[in-house]
Write a protein that binds this ligand. Structure first.
Ligand SMILES: Cc1ncc(COP(=O)(O)O)c(C=O)c1O
Ligand SMILES: [Zn+2]
Length: 424
């Protein structure tokens, strides 16, 4: 593995660019509001340890956004002066697809799927990776790291290659091999971490602190900035806010990003009231849902996580408490769904809507089914299930389904096979 940080000057990317790249923002703690220097590499509060966020001056921002690529359309909602088109891989602007049959089954007025698998590396992570790495460039650094259950690894490796940055990936032991295989192609350094995955995030921040390495982890303040645009985009594509929006939760980063978007759009009066924001975890690893149910403000570590939804299996989510705070502020909720429900939802999304997602993403359909049957969501509502990652990201999970075997046939058998098929 490459030696990191031996010679600081060697790693300087383009020092002094920060002024020109970053628009005005304040780096504040999401819990105690303490302000941190915008030039600091800090990601968590020096006082209380909770995640920092970038607070922006949105007085110049106007809605609806002007037409064009997201880099221009949403620029006034981001902490960057400009985003060079040559750095993008065509992320964002993903399809919002209306359900054809599952909406009717649930008797919902409108059911939509936000297909984040259409991003360049197949998951929502790309939205936040590009903004996270723009921050790295602005700080004049050339080395990035990430802790990942798979999707973020590929995303950070791809965008690092695009931006000419060196990349270190720390992946949990349960990450399917096919998710990590392409990392080498991108030229990333890979470490399969065999230890407590919940602690890895904190160790990575500690280790990078005094080195010229920036960890673009799941709840980095500048990753959050890109990922929040997911909700901006949904409101824009629908032409109005949805009544209900559901996202899967692991570290709590994406849920926090969505809630930041809700806060900002409320401030801007694009929303007159918050939608019902629903976070979804797997029952086999549900630390945030459990804390929510028990009225707790902090999250306890899950000791033996076990679920088919590997990508959302974070036993000790670093943005768990922050997501709980933000969720309660807007009257949202977080629940968990079992593996059987997840697999049924994954199968139905493919068979009834033509959308193959990874199991983790199918949690949102499983959750809306539960909420409709418990009458927590009424049928007159418009609902958006965020489908965070494409099915090809976890092909191994197909082994969980009883799928028909392929028939074998030579030329002689083909006529009979066609005949049977035609009348089936
Ligand atoms: C497919 C998928 N969905 C959802 C999530 C959850 O995102 P977060 O860790 O920001 O809560 C992840 C995290 O890796 C993921 O890979
Ligand atoms: Zn704090």
């Amino acid at each position: 593995m490459a030696c990191i940080g031996a010679d600081e000057t060697k790693y300087a990317f383009d020092g002094g660019r920060s002024e020109s790249l970053m628009a005005k923002f304040t780096l504040v703690c999401s819990a105690c509001e303490r302000t941190h220097e915008p030039s600091e590499k800090a990601q968590r509060c020096a006082v209380c340890g909770e995640p920092l966020l970038a607070r922006l001056d949105l007085s110049e921002a106007s809605w609806p956004p002007s037409p064009g690529r997201w880099t221009a359309r949403f620029r006034s909602f981001l902490p960057f002066d400009s985003i060079a088109d040559e750095l993008t891989l065509g992320e964002a602007g993903t399809p919002l697809v209306r359900a054809r049959s599952l909406g009717k089954e649930l008797a919902l007025r409108e059911l939509w799927f936000k297909c984040e698998g259409a991003n360049p590396t197949g998951s929502f992570k790309d939205r936040g990776t590009i903004t996270g790495l723009l921050r790295v460039r602005a700080l004049g650094l050339s080395h990035v790291g990430t802790v990942s259950t798979g999707n973020m690894a590929i995303s950070v490796a791809a965008y690092s290659a695009r931006m000419g940055l060196r990349c270190l990936v720390l992946a949990g032991a349960s990450v399917p091999a096919e998710k990590l295989a392409p990392l080498g192609l991108y030229g990333a350094n890979i470490v399969r971490f065999d230890g407590d995955y919940g602690d890895l995030y904190y160790s990575s921040l500690r280790l990078a602190k005094d080195l010229p390495v920036y960890m673009v982890n799941s709840d980095d303040p500048f990753r959050i900035e890109g990922q929040k645009l997911l909700f901006y985009e949904i409101v824009d594509q629908l032409g109005r806010p949805p009544d209900v929006v559901l996202v899967p939760v692991s570290s709590g980063g994406n849920l926090s990003a969505l809630l930041k978007a809700v806060d900002e759009l409320l401030d801007l009066r694009v929303l007159s009231k918050p939608p019902l924001v629903v976070g979804v975890q797997a029952s086999g690893c549900n630390p945030v849902a459990r804390a929510f149910r028990n009225g707790r403000e902090t999250v306890d570590r899950v000791t033996h996580p076990q679920t088919i939804a590997h990508a959302i299996m974070n036993p000790y989510p670093p943005s768990g408490a922050r997501a709980l705070r933000a969720l309660r502020r807007v009257g949202g909720l977080i629940l968990d769904v079992g593996d059987e429900e997840i697999l049924a939802a994954q199968r139905d999304l493919a068979a009834k809507e033509g959308i193959w997602v990874q199991p983790d993403s199918a949690t949102t359909l499983a959750a809306i089914r539960r909420l409709v049957s418990d009458r927590q969501v009424s049928q007159g509502h418009s609902v958006v299930c965020v489908l965070t990652g494409h099915g090809f990201k976890d092909a191994a999970a197909l082994g969980q389904h009883a799928l028909p075997a392929a028939a074998t046939a030579g030329h002689q058998e083909l006529p009979a096979l066609f005949e049977r098929f035609a009348w089936s």
